[in-house]
Design a protein. Structure first.
Length: 274
């Protein structure tokens, strides 16, 4: 497995500096949050995409993929009753698939909690149908581009739609495109799943639907900065021969972004060495 840093953690740095900083800490890659590149990241020009890719290549670090996809532009939703908003959202999702491929990434992680909330007066059945239509369109684009699109189960603290791997897997089953997968986020799983995370890995990894992993603590800080034990989690990933990317994604940066990034990779490497 390879560790990647979610780049919003150090977004106060210019992108070339993000690449150099993460590489020097020992990260193998950067997982990019599109909103860190402006209000319309899906419309980055070919030249801008080449510059980002060159910066990563020059620093000796990979761009592993994208996450937190729909924070920018504003006003997107996969569950809204408004068909015009859903159509605009699908267009952004498709273009982000192209962005990921152009940057050399292999995976897109669809979290974006506020952009999938089901309103109190809205039909959950309709929301499920609409969301699956959006995911199906993104999956078709991903299949053509040779990348994977992951539905991320999120904590009930953050959204009320798709809060477990079981729910995400039902979406995958309904769509039936191998380019559409799911993943495990430790903050979300530690908050909302019934099973402990190592057992969750044992339950779902054999089904071949877990294509990505995020490490963070249920207290929203980085791994090693809370009560969640990561040794059994990494051991479970090794037991199932997981060879993908493990993205480091804290939300509360203690003492700050660079400090949280440095502490996380040191802690994780220490766990693996033990």
């Amino acid at each position: 497995m390879r560790f990647a840093l979610c780049n919003e953690v150090v977004r106060e740095l210019e992108f070339p500096a993000q690449c150099e900083f993460a590489q020097k800490l020992g990260y193998a890659g950067l997982e990019l949050a599109p909103f860190t590149f402006g209000e319309n990241p899906h419309l980055l020009s070919a030249e801008e995409r080449q510059e980002l890719r060159r910066a990563a290549l020059g620093a000796g670090i990979a761009i592993t993929g994208l996450h937190w996809l729909l924070l920018a532009p504003k006003g997107l939703s996969i569950t809204t009753p408004d068909p015009a908003v859903r159509a605009r959202t699908v267009e952004v999702m498709r273009r982000l698939v192209g962005l990921c491929a152009d940057l050399g990434g292999k995976i897109l992680v669809h979290g974006s909690p506020q952009q999938r909330v089901v309103g109190p007066k809205d039909s959950r059945r309709d929301a499920w149908k609409w969301a699956c239509e959006c995911f199906a369109a993104a999956a078709a684009e991903a299949q053509s581009a040779g990348v994977l699109y992951c539905v991320e189960p999120l904590s009930t603290r953050d959204t009320n739609f798709i809060n477990s791997v079981a729910e995400a897997s039902e979406c995958l089953k309904d769509i039936g495109n191998p380019a559409l997968q799911t993943m495990i986020d430790c903050y979300a799983a530690g908050s909302s799943e019934e099973l402990p995370i190592p057992d969750l890995i044992d339950r779902w990894m054999p089904h071949g639907v877990i294509a990505h992993f995020h490490v963070n603590d249920p207290n929203r800080r980085g791994p090693g900065q809370g009560d969640l034990a990561f040794a059994p989690i990494l051991a479970a990933l090794r037991r199932h021969k997981y060879s993908g990317v493990v993205g480091v994604e804290p939300f509360d940066y203690v003492p700050n972004g660079p400090g949280a990034a440095a502490r996380a990779i040191g802690y994780l490497q220490g766990v693996l060495e033990q």
